[in-house]
Design a protein around this ligand. Structure first.
Ligand code: F6R
Length: 614
C-alpha cells in the first residue's frame, strides 16, 4: 500500500519526487523518504509522520542536486512508522538505496542469513533484507539490473522494488511481482511510479509493467525484461486526465471536492455508452455470444466497491434474469467457490490494485470462469488481468474514503445490466429506453442534491459528539445504509452499523434506546409502495423505543413526515437508480461530521486508499 516514485532526468530530482509523493500519499501516509545519487554515495532523508514532515526537513537542509532519485510514502507493515523504518533503505555500505511496496514473506530467513554473513540492520522492516541482498548481488555482478534479476528469485511474497546505485548514476531499476509499477515516458527523462498519478504532471505517456518484469530507466531509455532477462515491449497508453484533476483546487479537502464531482463522474461513466434508447458496451472478448452463454454472475469486491456490487445485484438480476451473488473478494477465494466457464466473475475496484480483489480474479480465471473488471484506474493490474474492462472514468479519487467512485461503480453496473438484458432479450426495448432516459437525468438531479444540503450540515454539527449511529435500508437502500455506516466510521471514528430494515426484529432493535440516532433510507412510495410501507413500519418500531429518526426520502414522500425528526430530500427517480442520489447526503454527513470533529477527512487513521496487501 506504499507509494513509490523514481526519476532520471534534469528537472530537479527532489522536487519531482516530492511532487510524485504528494500524489501518492493516499496510498500510505505514516512516513516518507527520498534518496538521490550524490557523487560516489547516496544522499538520503526519511522521516516518520506525514509527507509534510519530510518536506519541512528538506526545506531546512536540502539534499544535493542530482539527476537520479527514488521516493517512498509508507503504510507500515513490518515495524512502526519511525524514521529508521521509513524507506529508502541502504545496501552495499550506503552506495545503494532501495524502496519497496508489498510484503517480503521470507524476510526473517533472509535477515538471519545476511546477519550471519556480517550485515547489520538499522530497521525492523522486511525491506531492508532486500536492500542488503541487492547490495551483495551488485558486488557480484557489477550491474544493478543483473543484480535485481538475481534478487527477485530469492524473495517470496509480493513486491515492487526500486533501486539505484551510486556507481551507476542516471539509472533506476524497478521490479514488480504481484504489485503495480508504471513507467512514465518523457523527453530526456523517465519516471517510475506505483500509479500514473506519480508522474502525470510531467507526462501523460505511460505503460504498466506486467507481473514479473524488471525495468531499467535512464534519461533516454526505458527497457523492460521478464525475470529471465528476455526483452518485452510494454503496451503504452495515454493518461486520460491531467494533473489538475488530482488537485484540491480551492476545496478544503479532496473528499469535499470528490463529492462535488459526483455529477461529472456519473456523466463520464455513461459517456459514449448510451445510444438513443439503449446501452452499447464494447466488452471485447465478452461479446454477445459469450454473454448469452453465462448462467451465473459473481461480483467480487471489498468495502465500498462491494456495496456498489450489492446494488448491481438487484439491477442485473431484475433486468437480465441471471442469478448474481456478491462476495467479499477476500472470502471468495478461500471458500472454494463453484465456478466454470458459464460463470462471469465481475470485479469492482476503484484503484484496480486491491490485493484481495486481484487474487479473487486470478482464482476465477484459474477455475475457467469469464472475467470482467469494473475499474476507475487506467493501466491498473485488475483490468489488465481480466478478459474485459468497463472503465468508470470518474477521474482520480485521492481521498481515502471513496465517494464519487461509488456512484460511478453503480452506474457501471447499471450500464452492464441494461446491456446484458438487451443481449439476452430479457427486457422490453421500451423498458430499457425508460431506464436510459432516467439515467440521463441523474447528473442534473445529483447537482440538485448537492445544492440542497444545508440540513445535513446542521445535523452533522449537532451530532459531532455522537457515540453511535445506525443506518437502515431495504432493497437497494440496504447497500446505501451499509455505505453510510462505513463512511461514518471510516472518517469520523464513530461506531456505525448498517442493517436491512427487515432484520431489525431479528436482533439489532435491541440497540435502540432513547436518543439513538438512526438514519433510514426510504424507497419511493411511488416506485415501491409495499417496501415503503414496510420501512415506515420499521421507523415506527424504532420511534416507539425512543430513536431519533433521520430519513432520506424522495421529494414527494409525505408519508414519512409524521415519523421523522429530520427529512433529507432527494429527487424521484427509478428504483434501481435511487442509491446514486440517496448516498450523497450520507457521504456529506460523514464529511461534515468528521470536519466538525477536527479530523483529517482525507487521510483517516490506520487506513490507506489502495489496499495492496492481504
Ligand atoms: C471506503 C473505501 C474502501 C474501498 C475498498 C476497495 O470508503 O474506500 O472500502 O472501497 O478498499 O478499494 P478499491 O475500490 O480500490 O478496490
Amino acid at each position: 500500500m506504499c507509494g513509490i516514485v523514481g526519476y532520471t532526468g534534469e528537472r530537479g530530482t527532489v522536487d519531482v519526487l516530492l511532487e510524485g509523493l504528494s500524489r501518492l500519499e493516499y496510498r500510505g501516509y505514516d512516513s516518507a523518504g527520498v534518496s538521490v545519487i550524490d557523487g560516489d554515495h547516496i544522499a538520503l532523508r526519511k522521516k516518520g509522520g506525514k509527507l509534510a514532515v519530510l518536506r519541512a526537513s528538506l526545506e531546512d537542509a536540502p539534499l544535493p542536486a542530482s539527476a537520479t532519485g527514488i521516493g517512498h510514502t509508507r503504510w507500515a507493515t513490518h515495524g512502526g512508522p519511525t524514521d529508521e523504518n521509513a524507506h529508502p533503505h541502504v545496501g552495499d555500505d550506503g552506495r545503494l538505496s532501495l524502496i519497496h511496496n508489498g510484503i517480503i514473506e521470507n524476510f526473517a530467513e533472509l535477515r538471519a542469513e545476511l546477519e550471519a554473513a556480517g550485515e547489520t540492520f538499522a530497521s525492523e522492516t522486511d525491506t531492508e533484507a532486500a536492500a542488503k541482498l541487492l547490495g551483495r548481488a551488485y558486488r557480484e555482478t557489477g550491474d544493478l539490473t543483473a543484480a535485481m534479476r538475481q534478487v527477485v528469485g530469492r524473495l517470496h511474497g509480493q513486491f515492487t522494488l526500486l533501486a539505484m546505485h551510486a556507481e551507476q548514476p542516471g539509472v533506476v531499476v524497478g521490479a514488480s511481482h504481484n504489485s503495480p509499477l508504471l513507467v512514465g515516458y518523457g523527453e530526456g527523462e523517465h519516471f517510475l511510479g506505483s500509479d500514473v498519478s506519480a508522474f502525470v504532471k510531467f507526462t501523460p505517456n505511460a505503460a504498466a509493467l506486467d507481473n514479473d518484469q524488471i525495468v531499467t530507466i535512464t534519461r533516454d531509455s526505458a527497457s523492460v525484461t521478464d525475470f529471465d532477462g528476455n526483452a518485452v515491449e510494454p503496451k503504452r497508453f495515454e493518461v486520460s486526465w491531467d494533473a489538475s484533476a488530482a488537485e484540491k483546487g480551492g476545496w478544503n479537502s479532496f473528499m469535499a471536492k470528490e463529492i462535488s464531482e459526483g455529477p461529472e463522474a456519473v456523466e463520464n461513466t455513461m459517456r459514449g455508452r448510451l445510444a438513443d434508447s439503449h446501452v452499447e458496451l464494447d466488452l471485447g472478448a465478452l461479446d454477445d455470444e459469450a454473454l448469452r452463454s453465462i448462467d451465473r454472475i459473481v461480483i467480487v469486491a471489498c468495502g465500498t466497491a462491494n456495496y456498489s456490487g450489492l446494488v448491481g445485484k438487484y439491477a442485473i438480476e431484475t433486468w437480465a434474469r441471471v442469478p448474481v451473488e456478491v462476495d467479499l473478494a477476500h472470502e471468495f477465494r478461500y471458500r472454494d467457490p463453484v465456478l466454470d466457464e458459464r460463470t462471469l466473475v465481475i470485479s469492482i475496484s476503484q484503484s484496480g490494485e486491491t490485493m484481495d480483489t486481484k487474487m479473487a480474479v486470478q482464482h476465477a480465471k484459474a477455475q475457467g470462469a469469464r472475467t470482467l473488471s469494473i475499474c476507475n484506474t487506467q493501466g491498473a493490474t485488475i483490468p489488465r488481468e481480466s478478459e474485459a474492462v468497463l472503465y468508470t472514468h470518474a477521474g482520480p479519487e485521492v481521498a481515502v474514503a471513496s465517494t464519487k467512485a461509488f456512484l460511478a461503480q453503480v452506474i457501471g453496473q447499471l450500464l452492464f445490466g441494461l446491456h446484458l438484458a438487451r443481449v439476452r432479450g430479457t427486457m422490453a426495448d421500451e423498458a430499457i429506453a425508460e431506464v436510459v432516459a432516467e439515467m440521463r437525468e441523474l447528473p442534473a438531479e445529483l447537482r440538485q442534491v448537492l445544492a440542497e444540503q444545508e440540513a445535513v450540515h446542521e445535523l452533522a454539527h449537532w451530532m459531532a459528539d455522537s457515540r453511535s449511529v445506525l443506518f437502515l435500508g431495504r432493497h437497494v437502500g440496504y447497500p446505501v445504509a451499509l455505505e453510510g455506516a462505513l463512511k461514518l466510521k471510516e472518517i469520523s471514528y464513530i461506531h456505525a452499523e448498517g442493517f436491512a430494515g427487515g432484520e431489525l426484529k431479528h436482533g439489532p432493535i435491541a440497540l435502540i434506546e432513547p436518543g439513538q440516532v438512526v438514519f433510514v433510507v426510504v424507497p419511493s412510495p411511488r416506485n415501491e409502495p409495499l417496501l415503503h410501507s414496510k420501512i415506515v413500519s420499521n421507523i415506527q418500531e424504532i420511534r416507539a423505543r425512543g430513536a431519533r429518526v433521520i430519513v432520506v426520502a424522495e421529494a414527494g414522500d409525505a408519508a414519512v413526515l409524521p415519523y421523522a425528526d429530520v427529512v433529507l430530500r432527494v429527487p424521484l427517480t427509478l428504483p434501481m437508480l435511487e442509491p446514486v442520489l440517496q448516498v450523497v447526503p450520507l457521504h456529506i454527513f460523514a464529511l461534515e461530521l468528521a470536519t466538525a470533529k477536527g479530523l483529517d477527512v482525507d487521510q483517516p487513521r490506520n487506513l490507506a486508499k489502495s489496499v495492496t496487501v492481504e
